[in-house]
Write a protein that binds this ligand. Structure first.
Ligand code: HEM
Length: 358
């Protein structure tokens, strides 16, 4: 499931950032391929033995794939600049590349027509930011998709409730939902149970966390001992925070109802922070929630997902290990660190069509 969901989220972020169809769900793409190679060559975080990451080819391969990505993105920027689409006042584009070019023109207080093209320094800054968006905008969301499907197949009572919510808002004819969303996107704001499921999934399986610079008056107290933070980077361990029983009662249980308006216990302000807080919090959080809501509305009533660890092991010829998979919090497909927190084994799932659009 992880591969499929990653291809989907890459295509979405390609459209949002570059206004380009990257087609990674149906075929290959130069940018996506270079990006995936680059990821594969990134040293694995958390290895106790640094020699395991020592590969003399790594710097060369990293340089090569970075160069390929930069080349692709530079061409996109040049093409956008030449097309001057972003300057049309009545057709203000919201694609991130266009917003950057817009800003460039306004800062240079000249129209795009009079500029020969963005200078090298500016292009490098845009390319670096495009890469941040492309990475941050697909990797985390794809992991969230996997865990939403995984948790719902483990908890059929919640799956039934969310399907019922979709029937109520979009009617029983599932083929109508895409047009209804296009015509009236506000309908997505009327899905409290769907949102509660997304939030509870993010609580149990937060794909990312963050670091903050410590400072003078900020201390951390643990087991009666107080520690200064000045001069340190502080890691906000989202994973541990989300499973604290004093904040989230029955912390290891999947209980979407805790995020509903009539929830029995109030969640302390700022305790739920998968997108982090403050001025540098996740800029794409609204997009991520929208993606998930749309995907759930369009898929949950038509398909059934099933997580299949043992079948997956057998099909990969690892039958000796069948049934011997270790667990974390009672889950075999727990999160592992691969740049962000990803589902173990890539979340092997079968997908069955359970309803045919009328
Ligand atoms: C489930 C989905 C997502 C999760 C859990 C997530 C989580 C996070 C977290 C924890 C941070 C660090 C924020 C901080 O340090 O305060 C972050 C940063 C960021 N995210 Fe997301 N994110 C998600 C989806 C997205 C999407 C769809 C986009 C694309 C538009 C995106 C773009 C970014 C960017 C550009 C940053 C860096 C912001 C900065 O440094 O100012 N994220 N995200």
């Amino acid at each position: 499931m992880e591969d499929a969901s990653m291809r989907l989220t890459i295509d979405i972020i390609g459209r949002v950032v570059l206004d380009t169809d990257l087609h990674s769900q149906i075929s290959g793409n130069e940018l996506v391929s270079a990006f995936r190679h680059l990821m594969a060559w990134t040293p694995k975080i958390g290895r106790w033995n640094p020699f395991l990451n020592a590969n003399p080819l790594r710097p060369v391969m990293t340089w090569w794939y970075t160069r390929k990505m930069d080349h692709y993105l530079r061409n996109v920027i040049d093409r956008r600049f030449a097309s001057q689409r972003y300057t049309a006042p009545d057709n203000k584009s919201k694609h991130i590349v266009d917003l950057a070019l817009d800003e460039y023109c306004s800062q240079n207080s000249r129209s795009a027509q009079t500029l020969a093209g963005p200078d090298k320094r500016f292009k490098k800054a845009v390319i670096d930011n495009m890469k941040t968006f492309l990475f941050a905008g697909h990797d985390t969301t794809s992991s969230l998709i996997c865990y939403v499907y995984h948790l719902l197949q483990l908890h059929p009572q919640h799956l039934a409730k969310v399907r019922q919510e979709h029937d109520e808002i979009f009617g029983f004819d599932i083929s109508k939902a895409p047009d209804m969303i296009k015509d009236n996107p506000q309908l997505l704001g009327r899905l409290p149970y769907t949102l509660a499921i997304i939030k509870e999934t993010l609580r149990l399986y937060p794909p990312a966390s963050t670091l903050r610079m410590g400072s003078e008056g900020i201390t951390i107290t643990s087991n009666g001992q107080t520690y200064p933070t000045k001069g340190f980077l502080v890691w906000v361990n989202n994973h541990a925070l989300s499973r604290r029983a004093d904040i989230f009662p029955s912390p290891d249980s999947f209980m979407p109802q805790r995020f509903l308006a009539d929830a029995p216990a109030e969640i302390p302000r700022n305790a739920w922070r998968p997108f982090e807080k403050g001025p540098r919090n996740c800029i794409g959080q609204e997009l991520a929630l929208l993606e998930l809501k749309i995907l759930m509305v369009l898929s949950l009533r038509e398909f059934s997902m099933q997580t299949v660890i043992e079948e997956w092991q057998k099909s990969y010829g690892n039958s000796a290990a069948v049934g011997k998979v270790d667990e974390v919090y009672g889950d075999k497909v727990y999160q592992i660190l691969q740049s962000t927190a990803k589902p173990r084994y890539g979340m092997p799932m079968t997908v069955t069509r359970t309803a045919v659009p009328i």
